[in-house]
Design a binder for this molecule. Sequence first.
Ligand code: KIV
Length: 272
Amino acid sequence: MSVQKAVKRITAPDITARKGAEPIVSLTAYHAHTAAIADDLVDFLLVGDSLGMVMHGFESTLPVPLDLMIMHGRAVMRGAKRALVVVDMPFGSYEESPAQAFRNAARVIKETECGAVKLEGGTRMAETIHYLSQRGIPVMAHIGLTPQSFNVMGGFKTQGRTRDQWQVLEDDAQAVVDAGAFSLVLEAIAAPLADRITKAVPIPTIGIGASAQCDGQILVMEDMLGLSPRVPKFVKEFGNVGAAIEGAIKSYAEEVRARRFPAVEHTYDVKD
Ligand code: KIV
């Protein structure tokens, strides 16, 4: 009889409890195999709607449908057994009303079995965050550069560069805390402001192009692997996977063209 050790999955309250402690490590993940590789190395995986651009070649996150998020969420849940999995609510699936947000977020939770959802917006989404978190759905909030609003923001720009912009973002942070968000993504927020918000709020801040003083960091996995064609300026590439793939395909093509391809047996084993 084989004895399998049950792996305890990290929960949203576990992430909240990390406020001010060891930095929280997180990445985006969109499919099962990369999720399995990252599972032991990160605290949470975000099935970000950035998958629209990274995986599906859209120009922005706006066209991403809810069903696509659910499909990728299920794949990531199959790969990751230990990390908390958070699934993004895509544009148009939650902004209309708290009831619409609950209906769609409940689908995400039921159909993927992930542990939390993320949505964009501060003060304007506070009522919805409250509604969801009071009804059993942990919400990660996301303020600063919110890519789903790029048409209103006039592009993908760093927020809070001048002091007169700070109050609005500080109010956004306080509003999502009061509404019950379990953590807060700060995207492309000037470092001194990200530091102030991190000090002011009792929930962990997760920075992306914000500040090293945030309680955790997140990057798009393909960006840090060197696999994305366009990478934001602040991203450090920790790998060169794009070049590795190109090199491997070139070698393969050369072997095929030179007919150096190994003869295939009638049966073959799959490597472990
Ligand atoms: O969609 C996404 O990948 C995100 C992260 C960049 C925070 O929202």
